[in-house]
Design a protein around this ligand. Structure first.
Ligand code: PEP
Ligand code: MN
Length: 346
Protein backbone atom coordinates (compact mmCIF):
# COMPACT_ATOMS: atom_id res chain seq x y z
CA UNK A 1 0.00 0.00 0.00
CA UNK A 2 1.28 3.52 -0.81
CA UNK A 3 0.29 6.43 1.39
CA UNK A 4 0.72 9.74 -0.39
CA UNK A 5 0.98 12.68 2.02
CA UNK A 6 -0.35 16.16 1.23
CA UNK A 7 2.33 18.61 0.05
CA UNK A 8 1.78 20.68 3.21
CA UNK A 9 1.77 17.71 5.61
CA UNK A 10 3.75 18.42 8.78
CA UNK A 11 6.61 16.19 9.99
CA UNK A 12 4.37 15.25 12.98
CA UNK A 13 1.63 14.05 10.61
CA UNK A 14 4.16 12.00 8.64
CA UNK A 15 5.46 10.53 11.91
CA UNK A 16 1.93 9.66 13.05
CA UNK A 17 1.21 7.81 9.78
CA UNK A 18 4.47 5.86 10.18
CA UNK A 19 3.47 4.84 13.72
CA UNK A 20 0.08 3.66 12.45
CA UNK A 21 1.69 1.58 9.67
CA UNK A 22 3.98 -0.10 12.20
CA UNK A 23 1.04 -0.67 14.57
CA UNK A 24 -0.71 -2.52 11.70
CA UNK A 25 2.27 -4.89 11.56
CA UNK A 26 3.65 -3.51 8.28
CA UNK A 27 7.10 -2.25 7.39
CA UNK A 28 7.70 1.33 6.35
CA UNK A 29 9.48 2.54 3.25
CA UNK A 30 9.70 6.35 2.92
CA UNK A 31 10.40 8.28 -0.24
CA UNK A 32 10.79 11.98 0.19
CA UNK A 33 9.80 13.69 -3.08
CA UNK A 34 10.02 17.35 -4.01
CA UNK A 35 6.23 17.73 -4.00
CA UNK A 36 5.22 15.26 -1.33
CA UNK A 37 6.29 12.39 0.87
CA UNK A 38 5.16 8.93 -0.18
CA UNK A 39 5.15 6.21 2.47
CA UNK A 40 5.13 2.59 1.41
CA UNK A 41 3.42 0.15 3.80
CA UNK A 42 4.98 -3.20 2.99
CA UNK A 43 3.92 -6.65 4.18
CA UNK A 44 0.64 -8.54 4.52
CA UNK A 45 -1.34 -5.46 3.52
CA UNK A 46 -4.26 -7.24 1.83
CA UNK A 47 -6.08 -7.72 5.13
CA UNK A 48 -5.71 -4.08 6.17
CA UNK A 49 -8.37 -1.74 4.78
CA UNK A 50 -7.15 1.41 3.02
CA UNK A 51 -9.63 3.41 5.15
CA UNK A 52 -7.41 2.78 8.13
CA UNK A 53 -4.98 5.36 6.69
CA UNK A 54 -7.25 7.45 4.48
CA UNK A 55 -8.71 9.38 7.40
CA UNK A 56 -5.39 10.30 9.04
CA UNK A 57 -4.41 13.95 9.05
CA UNK A 58 -2.08 15.02 6.27
CA UNK A 59 -2.93 12.03 4.04
CA UNK A 60 -3.79 12.91 0.42
CA UNK A 61 -4.50 9.42 -0.95
CA UNK A 62 -3.93 5.73 -0.32
CA UNK A 63 -3.20 3.40 -3.24
CA UNK A 64 -3.17 -0.37 -3.15
CA UNK A 65 -0.47 -2.26 -4.99
CA UNK A 66 -1.69 -5.73 -4.07
CA UNK A 67 -5.31 -6.80 -4.47
CA UNK A 68 -7.51 -7.03 -1.37
CA UNK A 69 -8.59 -10.52 -2.55
CA UNK A 70 -5.36 -12.34 -1.91
CA UNK A 71 -6.44 -15.99 -2.30
CA UNK A 72 -8.51 -15.28 -5.41
CA UNK A 73 -5.81 -13.15 -7.01
CA UNK A 74 -3.51 -14.20 -9.85
CA UNK A 75 -0.76 -12.19 -8.18
CA UNK A 76 -0.33 -15.01 -5.66
CA UNK A 77 -1.54 -17.92 -7.83
CA UNK A 78 -0.55 -17.30 -11.46
CA UNK A 79 -1.78 -20.64 -12.89
CA UNK A 80 -5.45 -21.28 -13.65
CA UNK A 81 -7.31 -23.25 -10.98
CA UNK A 82 -8.50 -26.47 -12.55
CA UNK A 83 -10.73 -28.88 -10.66
CA UNK A 84 -12.56 -32.09 -11.53
CA UNK A 85 -16.33 -32.33 -11.79
CA UNK A 86 -17.47 -35.89 -12.37
CA UNK A 87 -15.69 -36.92 -15.53
CA UNK A 88 -14.45 -33.55 -16.76
CA UNK A 89 -12.47 -30.60 -15.50
CA UNK A 90 -13.39 -26.97 -15.05
CA UNK A 91 -10.90 -24.16 -15.65
CA UNK A 92 -8.60 -26.05 -18.05
CA UNK A 93 -8.99 -26.61 -21.80
CA UNK A 94 -12.49 -28.04 -21.51
CA UNK A 95 -15.56 -25.80 -21.75
CA UNK A 96 -18.28 -26.75 -19.27
CA UNK A 97 -21.87 -26.46 -20.47
CA UNK A 98 -24.34 -26.56 -17.59
CA UNK A 99 -27.95 -26.69 -18.76
CA UNK A 100 -31.42 -27.33 -17.44
CA UNK A 101 -34.57 -25.62 -16.29
CA UNK A 102 -34.67 -22.58 -14.04
CA UNK A 103 -36.58 -24.72 -11.55
CA UNK A 104 -37.21 -28.42 -11.07
CA UNK A 105 -40.99 -28.66 -11.57
CA UNK A 106 -41.68 -32.40 -11.67
CA UNK A 107 -39.91 -35.73 -12.08
CA UNK A 108 -40.98 -35.95 -15.72
CA UNK A 109 -39.83 -32.39 -16.51
CA UNK A 110 -36.33 -32.75 -15.04
CA UNK A 111 -35.79 -36.26 -16.41
CA UNK A 112 -36.80 -35.27 -19.91
CA UNK A 113 -34.68 -32.12 -19.78
CA UNK A 114 -31.68 -34.03 -18.45
CA UNK A 115 -31.75 -36.48 -21.34
CA UNK A 116 -32.32 -33.79 -23.95
CA UNK A 117 -29.47 -31.57 -22.74
CA UNK A 118 -27.16 -34.55 -22.40
CA UNK A 119 -27.91 -35.67 -25.96
CA UNK A 120 -27.17 -32.11 -27.10
CA UNK A 121 -23.74 -32.20 -25.41
CA UNK A 122 -24.25 -30.60 -21.99
CA UNK A 123 -21.74 -31.57 -19.32
CA UNK A 124 -23.89 -30.86 -16.22
CA UNK A 125 -27.55 -30.44 -15.28
CA UNK A 126 -28.96 -27.39 -13.53
CA UNK A 127 -32.31 -27.04 -11.76
CA UNK A 128 -33.32 -24.86 -8.84
CA UNK A 129 -35.25 -26.35 -5.93
CA UNK A 130 -35.14 -23.28 -3.67
CA UNK A 131 -36.04 -20.34 -5.87
CA UNK A 132 -35.33 -16.70 -4.98
CA UNK A 133 -38.47 -15.10 -6.42
CA UNK A 134 -39.28 -11.39 -6.35
CA UNK A 135 -42.83 -12.22 -5.24
CA UNK A 136 -43.48 -14.39 -2.18
CA UNK A 137 -46.59 -15.69 -3.99
CA UNK A 138 -44.62 -17.03 -6.99
CA UNK A 139 -43.48 -20.68 -7.25
CA UNK A 140 -40.75 -21.13 -4.64
CA UNK A 141 -39.36 -24.49 -5.77
CA UNK A 142 -39.97 -28.11 -4.76
CA UNK A 143 -37.34 -28.24 -1.99
CA UNK A 144 -36.25 -31.73 -0.97
CA UNK A 145 -38.65 -33.40 -3.40
CA UNK A 146 -36.87 -31.52 -6.20
CA UNK A 147 -33.49 -32.71 -4.92
CA UNK A 148 -34.75 -36.31 -5.11
CA UNK A 149 -35.75 -35.80 -8.75
CA UNK A 150 -32.38 -34.22 -9.52
CA UNK A 151 -30.61 -37.17 -7.92
CA UNK A 152 -32.65 -39.57 -10.06
CA UNK A 153 -31.83 -37.61 -13.23
CA UNK A 154 -28.16 -37.71 -12.23
CA UNK A 155 -28.33 -41.44 -11.64
CA UNK A 156 -29.87 -42.04 -15.05
CA UNK A 157 -27.84 -39.67 -17.21
CA UNK A 158 -24.55 -39.44 -15.30
CA UNK A 159 -24.71 -35.65 -15.44
CA UNK A 160 -23.47 -33.91 -12.27
CA UNK A 161 -26.10 -31.56 -10.84
CA UNK A 162 -26.02 -27.89 -9.92
CA UNK A 163 -28.66 -26.31 -7.67
CA UNK A 164 -28.98 -23.03 -5.80
CA UNK A 165 -28.64 -22.77 -2.05
CA UNK A 166 -30.39 -19.77 -0.48
CA UNK A 167 -29.56 -20.17 3.19
CA UNK A 168 -27.05 -21.97 5.36
CA UNK A 169 -29.97 -23.85 6.96
CA UNK A 170 -30.19 -25.78 3.65
CA UNK A 171 -26.50 -26.68 3.57
CA UNK A 172 -26.57 -30.16 5.18
CA UNK A 173 -29.39 -31.23 2.89
CA UNK A 174 -27.93 -29.73 -0.28
CA UNK A 175 -24.45 -31.23 0.05
CA UNK A 176 -26.01 -34.70 0.21
CA UNK A 177 -27.61 -34.25 -3.20
CA UNK A 178 -25.73 -31.78 -5.39
CA UNK A 179 -22.34 -31.77 -7.09
CA UNK A 180 -22.18 -27.98 -7.27
CA UNK A 181 -23.74 -25.43 -4.90
CA UNK A 182 -24.98 -22.39 -6.79
CA UNK A 183 -24.92 -19.12 -4.88
CA UNK A 184 -27.37 -16.82 -6.62
CA UNK A 185 -27.00 -13.15 -7.47
CA UNK A 186 -29.19 -12.14 -4.55
CA UNK A 187 -26.99 -14.00 -2.09
CA UNK A 188 -23.58 -13.01 -3.43
CA UNK A 189 -22.99 -10.94 -0.32
CA UNK A 190 -24.70 -13.26 2.17
CA UNK A 191 -21.44 -13.53 4.08
CA UNK A 192 -22.70 -16.08 6.61
CA UNK A 193 -23.72 -18.37 3.74
CA UNK A 194 -20.37 -17.86 1.98
CA UNK A 195 -18.48 -18.71 5.17
CA UNK A 196 -20.57 -21.85 5.73
CA UNK A 197 -19.95 -23.01 2.14
CA UNK A 198 -16.25 -22.28 2.59
CA UNK A 199 -16.16 -24.99 5.24
CA UNK A 200 -17.43 -27.65 2.83
CA UNK A 201 -15.50 -29.23 -0.03
CA UNK A 202 -18.44 -29.07 -2.43
CA UNK A 203 -17.68 -27.10 -5.62
CA UNK A 204 -19.42 -23.73 -5.87
CA UNK A 205 -20.86 -21.64 -8.68
CA UNK A 206 -20.81 -18.08 -7.38
CA UNK A 207 -22.97 -15.63 -9.30
CA UNK A 208 -22.26 -11.94 -9.54
CA UNK A 209 -24.77 -9.76 -7.68
CA UNK A 210 -27.24 -7.65 -9.62
CA UNK A 211 -25.30 -4.46 -8.95
CA UNK A 212 -22.02 -5.88 -7.70
CA UNK A 213 -18.63 -4.75 -8.98
CA UNK A 214 -16.05 -7.26 -10.16
CA UNK A 215 -14.01 -6.53 -7.04
CA UNK A 216 -17.03 -7.26 -4.81
CA UNK A 217 -17.54 -10.58 -6.63
CA UNK A 218 -13.91 -11.47 -6.00
CA UNK A 219 -14.17 -10.47 -2.34
CA UNK A 220 -17.14 -12.84 -2.02
CA UNK A 221 -15.07 -15.63 -3.57
CA UNK A 222 -12.39 -14.75 -1.03
CA UNK A 223 -14.81 -15.59 1.82
CA UNK A 224 -15.24 -19.11 0.42
CA UNK A 225 -11.53 -19.56 -0.31
CA UNK A 226 -10.58 -18.33 3.17
CA UNK A 227 -12.63 -21.19 4.64
CA UNK A 228 -10.62 -23.72 2.63
CA UNK A 229 -12.97 -24.47 -0.26
CA UNK A 230 -10.98 -23.79 -3.42
CA UNK A 231 -13.37 -25.17 -6.03
CA UNK A 232 -15.16 -22.05 -7.17
CA UNK A 233 -16.52 -21.04 -10.56
CA UNK A 234 -17.35 -17.36 -10.93
CA UNK A 235 -20.45 -16.55 -12.95
CA UNK A 236 -21.23 -13.37 -14.87
CA UNK A 237 -25.05 -13.26 -15.14
CA UNK A 238 -25.65 -9.72 -16.32
CA UNK A 239 -25.81 -6.51 -14.36
CA UNK A 240 -28.45 -3.82 -13.85
CA UNK A 241 -28.03 -0.88 -16.19
CA UNK A 242 -30.31 1.83 -17.62
CA UNK A 243 -31.11 -0.46 -20.59
CA UNK A 244 -34.60 -1.97 -20.54
CA UNK A 245 -34.57 -3.87 -23.87
CA UNK A 246 -33.01 -6.84 -22.08
CA UNK A 247 -33.56 -8.15 -18.54
CA UNK A 248 -29.94 -7.37 -17.62
CA UNK A 249 -26.86 -6.24 -19.53
CA UNK A 250 -24.24 -8.91 -20.23
CA UNK A 251 -20.95 -7.56 -19.00
CA UNK A 252 -18.75 -9.30 -21.55
CA UNK A 253 -15.86 -7.17 -20.27
CA UNK A 254 -16.08 -9.05 -16.98
CA UNK A 255 -14.76 -12.21 -18.68
CA UNK A 256 -11.30 -10.91 -19.71
CA UNK A 257 -11.12 -8.71 -16.61
CA UNK A 258 -11.82 -11.65 -14.29
CA UNK A 259 -9.49 -13.92 -16.24
CA UNK A 260 -6.68 -11.43 -15.71
CA UNK A 261 -7.42 -10.72 -12.03
CA UNK A 262 -8.12 -14.24 -10.82
CA UNK A 263 -7.10 -17.86 -11.39
CA UNK A 264 -10.67 -19.08 -10.77
CA UNK A 265 -12.74 -20.40 -13.71
CA UNK A 266 -15.22 -17.93 -15.20
CA UNK A 267 -18.53 -18.94 -16.71
CA UNK A 268 -21.34 -16.96 -18.29
CA UNK A 269 -25.10 -17.21 -17.89
CA UNK A 270 -26.58 -15.86 -21.14
CA UNK A 271 -30.13 -16.69 -19.97
CA UNK A 272 -30.31 -14.30 -17.02
CA UNK A 273 -27.98 -11.78 -18.64
CA UNK A 274 -30.34 -11.29 -21.61
CA UNK A 275 -33.70 -12.51 -20.24
CA UNK A 276 -34.79 -13.56 -23.72
CA UNK A 277 -34.38 -16.92 -25.46
CA UNK A 278 -33.77 -15.21 -28.84
CA UNK A 279 -30.54 -13.62 -27.62
CA UNK A 280 -29.07 -16.50 -25.62
CA UNK A 281 -27.07 -18.26 -28.37
CA UNK A 282 -25.41 -15.04 -29.63
CA UNK A 283 -24.25 -14.09 -26.17
CA UNK A 284 -23.15 -17.66 -25.40
CA UNK A 285 -20.94 -17.64 -28.51
CA UNK A 286 -19.53 -14.25 -27.56
CA UNK A 287 -18.68 -15.51 -24.07
CA UNK A 288 -16.61 -18.42 -25.34
CA UNK A 289 -14.87 -16.15 -27.85
CA UNK A 290 -14.09 -13.78 -24.96
CA UNK A 291 -12.38 -16.56 -23.03
CA UNK A 292 -15.07 -17.92 -20.69
CA UNK A 293 -14.51 -21.40 -19.26
CA UNK A 294 -18.13 -22.41 -19.54
CA UNK A 295 -21.80 -21.55 -19.73
CA UNK A 296 -24.89 -22.07 -17.62
CA UNK A 297 -28.03 -22.01 -19.76
CA UNK A 298 -31.72 -22.41 -18.99
CA UNK A 299 -33.44 -25.10 -21.07
CA UNK A 300 -37.05 -26.22 -20.68
CA UNK A 301 -38.93 -28.85 -22.71
CA UNK A 302 -41.94 -26.50 -22.95
CA UNK A 303 -40.86 -22.93 -22.07
CA UNK A 304 -44.40 -21.54 -22.48
CA UNK A 305 -45.50 -23.65 -19.51
CA UNK A 306 -42.42 -23.07 -17.33
CA UNK A 307 -43.14 -22.05 -13.73
CA UNK A 308 -40.22 -19.61 -13.81
CA UNK A 309 -38.05 -17.89 -16.44
CA UNK A 310 -39.87 -19.46 -19.43
CA UNK A 311 -39.19 -16.40 -21.60
CA UNK A 312 -35.43 -16.86 -21.40
CA UNK A 313 -35.44 -20.68 -21.55
CA UNK A 314 -34.30 -22.44 -24.72
CA UNK A 315 -36.21 -25.34 -26.21
CA UNK A 316 -33.98 -28.43 -26.33
CA UNK A 317 -33.50 -28.29 -30.12
CA UNK A 318 -32.40 -24.63 -29.98
CA UNK A 319 -30.02 -25.56 -27.17
CA UNK A 320 -28.54 -28.35 -29.31
CA UNK A 321 -27.94 -25.84 -32.12
CA UNK A 322 -26.27 -23.47 -29.65
CA UNK A 323 -23.97 -26.21 -28.33
CA UNK A 324 -22.78 -27.00 -31.88
CA UNK A 325 -21.93 -23.35 -32.51
CA UNK A 326 -20.25 -22.96 -29.14
CA UNK A 327 -18.20 -26.10 -29.87
CA UNK A 328 -16.92 -24.51 -33.09
CA UNK A 329 -15.98 -21.28 -31.31
CA UNK A 330 -14.25 -23.36 -28.62
CA UNK A 331 -12.10 -24.98 -31.34
CA UNK A 332 -11.07 -21.58 -32.66
CA UNK A 333 -10.00 -20.76 -29.11
CA UNK A 334 -7.92 -23.98 -28.93
CA UNK A 335 -10.40 -25.58 -26.54
CA UNK A 336 -13.13 -28.19 -26.68
CA UNK A 337 -16.45 -28.91 -25.01
CA UNK A 338 -16.19 -31.02 -21.87
CA UNK A 339 -16.59 -34.65 -22.86
CA UNK A 340 -19.72 -36.27 -21.48
CA UNK A 341 -19.62 -39.77 -20.08
CA UNK A 342 -21.48 -42.38 -22.07
CA UNK A 343 -24.40 -43.73 -20.03
CA UNK A 344 -26.90 -46.17 -21.52
CA UNK A 345 -30.34 -44.68 -22.13
CA UNK A 346 -33.01 -45.82 -19.62
C1 PEP B 1 -31.14 -18.86 -11.55
O1 PEP B 1 -30.04 -19.34 -11.91
O2 PEP B 1 -32.23 -19.35 -11.83
C2 PEP B 1 -31.12 -17.57 -10.80
C3 PEP B 1 -32.09 -17.26 -9.95
O3 PEP B 1 -30.05 -16.82 -11.15
P1 PEP B 1 -29.54 -15.41 -10.56
O4 PEP B 1 -29.18 -15.66 -9.13
O5 PEP B 1 -28.35 -15.11 -11.43
O6 PEP B 1 -30.66 -14.41 -10.74
MN1 MN C 1 -33.76 -18.61 -13.55
Amino acid sequence: MMIIMKSNATPQQVEHVIEQIKAAGLNVHISQGVEATVIGAVGEAHSIPAERFEGLEGVEAVKRITQPFKLASRQFHPENSVFPLDGFTVGGDEIAVIAGPCAVESRAQITETAWRVKEAGASALRGGVFKPRTSPYAFQGLGQEGLEYLAEAREQTGLPVVAEIMSQTQLDLMVKYVDVLQVGARNMQNFNLLRAIGETQTPVLLKRGLSATIEELLMSAEYILAGGNKQIMLCERGIRTFETATRNTTDINAIPVLKSLTHLPVILDPSHSTGHADYVASVARAAIAAGADGLIVEVHPDPAKALSDGKQSLKPDKFAEMVKQVGQIAQVMGRSLAAVQAVAHG
